[in-house]
Design a protein around this ligand. Structure first.
Ligand SMILES: Nc1nc2c(c(=O)[nH]1)N[C@H]1C(S)=C(S)[C@@H](COP(=O)(O)O)O[C@H]1N2
Ligand SMILES: [Mo]
Length: 312
């Protein structure tokens, strides 16, 4: 069992997007950016209703950005079907109104309107690598806010040890829900320390546009150092708890999928190697990196946990 005296909610100073970034006019922003190291992405955001977000240069993908068409047409979203071509079907998911309930072991449980969150929280763009456990990968410019910013609004209690994320279940538009052998709704989870990590991101946009439903719109998780299944889509409920969440895939195949699911090229899936990955839109295979290349940010989270099944 993990012992955490410091729940880690004091987020250290980092290169943050300045206050003026939200809803600021691009020209004013650009003028104020000189010397800050921040750059404006080639964004069409102003035209789409997504807040203007500056790209945070702290997070480097060191790979080419995946073509938007590939990332938005090759998806895993089992609520819409257990195959990759669900993007057309997913257009039926109503993205507004949308609320995210944050409850459980928090001082101020609340239901947040998504548009309200977009006005209240610092929004930025981060180019993150994504690595599916099936050994394909992509690089996507996500727009969003740090998970810790949302959790701070609710005030996590010291007794909370884990965070559980629940996806919307909308039977009228999600044919997959009729496959009753699956343990709907899709649930994922992480520890409080993982949730507090600066990389843990809630995504509301991709490629400078509102996040499309097939990628988990209007709001999804992204934990870039973990296999993709940990990053639940279309989130409606976040519960802080002292019970370790048992996630969707872990319930279905506990021999193959575990709680931690950190990316590791040296630990094969029971049915295939994890040493390399195929970049979406190419035939190119590239070497997989420990923690998907994010070890400098997250390796410290797992010190002392070597006996846990950290890699499945
Ligand atoms: N609700 C829900 N979230 C989900 C999934 C899913 O089937 N349902 N698939 C997961 C898997 S396996 C991956 S790889 C990513 C895929 O995200 P993408 O379609 O944006 O590439 O979403 C994850 N989140
Ligand atoms: Mo995945």
């Amino acid at each position: 069992m993990l012992v955490r005296r410091n729940p880690g909610w004091t987020i250290p100073e980092r290169e943050v997007t300045p206050e003026s970034s939200f809803f600021g006019r691009r020209a004013a922003l650009a003028a104020g950016l000189a010397g800050t190291g921040l750059v404006l992405p080639p964004s069409r955001a102003g035209a789409t209703g997504l807040p203007v977000a500056m790209r945070n240069p702290r997070y480097k993908a060191e790979r080419a950005i995946t073509p938007e068409r590939e990332a938005t047409t090759y998806n895993n979203y089992y609520e819409f079907g257990s195959h990759k071509t669900i993007s057309a079907a997913a257009q039926k998911l109503p993205l507004r109104p949308w609320t995210v309930r944050v409850e459980g072991m928090v001082e101020r449980p609340a239901e947040f309107g998504l548009d309200d969150l977009l006005r209240r929280l610092p929004i930025e763009e981060r180019v993150y690598r994504h690595r599916c456990v099936e050994a394909w990968a992509m690089v996507v410019p996500w727009t969003g806010f740090q998970l810790s910013e949302l959790l701070k609004l609710a005030g996590p209690l010291g007794s909370a040890k884990y965070v559980r994320f629940e996806t919307a279940a909308v039977p009228a538009v999600m044919p997959g829900l009729r496959q009753s052998w699956y343990p709907w709704p899709y649930v994922e989870g992480c520890t409080i320390a993982e949730a507090a990590n600066e990389l843990s991101f809630m995504v509301v946009g991709a490629y400078g546009k509102p996040l499309p439903p097939q990628n988990g719109g209007p709001v999804r998780m992204h934990f870039p150092w973990k296999y993709g299944f940990k990053s639940g889509k279309s989130i409606v409920r976040i519960v802080l708890t002292d019970q370790k969440p048992v996630s969707f895939w872990e319930k279905i195949q506990p021999q193959e999928y575990g709680f931690w699911a950190n990316v590791n090229p040296a630990v094969p899936h029971p049915r295939w190697s994890q040493a390399t990955e195929r970049m979406l839109g190419t035939d190119e295979r590239v070497p997989t990196q420990l923690f998907n290349g994010y070890g400098e940010f997250v390796a410290g989270l797992y010190e002392g946990l070597q006996r846990e099944r950290l890699w499945a």
